[in-house]
Write a protein that binds this ligand. Structure first.
Ligand code: C5P
Length: 240
C-alpha cells in the first residue's frame, strides 16, 4: 500500500508562481503530486515545474485537458513529455482517435489520463448538451463509456468522480487508474461551490480511487499543511 500522502494531488490553482511558491514549500512533503492547470501554466509553466522539482520529490500532474484534432494533440503531448511530468489529461471527447494520438505522442514518457465527465457537470447540463435519456438519467453510463474508450486507446486511467471510481476499477482492472476530484472532507467549509458530484476522502478511497485531487479544502483553509495532514490521516484510516 502506498503512503497516504501519495494519494493526494494538490492543484496549484493560482495565477502566479509567486502565489504558488508558499504552497509548494509547505506542502511538498505532505502531498504526492502538484497539479498544474492552465491558469499557472500559461504564465510560468516550465519555471513552476522547475520550482516543484527543486523542492522535493513530489510528482507533477500537468492538467491541460487537451481537446483538438488528433495530430495537434499528438504533437502537443510529444513536446509536453519533455517536461518530465507524471500525468497529463486529454478530454475523452467524441472519438477514440484523439486519445490514441495522445498516447502515441507520449511515447510512454507521460501517463495520459482521459477526462470522462467533469465533476462540476450535472444531469441538467447533460440534458442541455443534447444527450439522450440513456446518459442524462445516469451520468455513470456516460463516464463508463468514456472510460472504456480511454482504456482501448491505451490511457493510463481516467479522471472521474469518486462515485464512479469503484465501478471503473471493477470493470477495467486495478491497473487502470481512477483519479478523483470533487473531494470534500466532512469538516470542509467550502462544500457549497461548483462541484456537483462530491465525496469525502475516506469514501473515495474506500471506493477504490488511486489519487484524490483536493484543492479548495486545502488551499482555502487557515492552515493548508494541517489540512493536508488531516486528509492523509483520514486516508490512512480508510485504508485500514
Ligand atoms: O477541490 P477543488 O474543487 O478545489 O479542485 C479543483 C481542481 O480540480 C481544479 O484544478 C480542477 O481543474 C480539478 N478538477 C478536475 N477534474 C474535474 C473537476 C475538477 O481535474 N472533473
Amino acid at each position: 500500500m502506498k503512503p497516504a500522502r501519495d494519494y493526494i494531488i494538490f492543484p496549484l490553482d493560482v495565477p502566479t508562481l509567486e502565489e504558488a511558491k508558499p504552497y509548494i514549500e509547505c506542502l511538498s512533503d505532505c502531498v504526492g503530486m502538484f497539479k498544474l492547470g492552465l491558469e499557472l501554466f500559461i504564465r510560468s509553466g516550465p519555471e513552476a515545474i522547475k520550482t516543484i522539482k527543486s523542492n522535493g520529490n513530489t510528482g507533477i500532474f500537468l492538467d491541460l485537458k487537451l481537446h483538438d484534432i488528433p495530430e495537434t494533440v499528438k504533437r502537443a503531448v510529444k513536446v509536453l513529455a519533455d517536461l518530465d511530468v507524471t500525468f497529463t489529461t486529454v478530454h475523452c471527447g467524441e472519438s477514440i482517435n484523439m486519445l490514441e494520438s495522445a498516447v502515441k505522442g507520449a511515447e510512454g514518457r507521460v501517463g495520459i489520463l482521459g477526462v470522462t465527465v467533469l465533476t462540476s457537470v450535472s444531469k441538467k447540463d447533460i440534458i442541455d448538451a443534447g444527450f439522450n435519456d440513456r446518459f442524462s438519467s445516469d451520468l455513470t453510463g456516460l463516464v463508463m463509456k468514456r472510460a472504456e474508450t480511454a482504456q482501448k486507446a491505451g490511457c493510463a486511467g481516467v479522471v472521474c468522480s469518486g462515485l464512479e471510481a469503484g465501478v471503473i476499477k471493477n470493470k477495467f482492472g486495478n491497473n487502470f487508474l481512477a483519479v478523483t476530484p470533487g473531494i470534500r472532507p466532512a469538516w470542509d467549509k467550502t462544500a457549497k461551490d461548483d462541484q456537483q458530484r462530491i465525496m469525502t476522502p475516506a469514501q473515495a478511497i474506500k471506493n477504490g480511487a488511486d489519487y484524490l485531487v483536493i484543492g479548495r479544502p486545502i488551499r482555502d483553509s487557515n492552515d493548508p499543511r494541517e489540512a493536508a495532514l488531516k486528509i492523509a490521516e483520514e486516508i490512512n484510516e480508510a485504508n485500514k
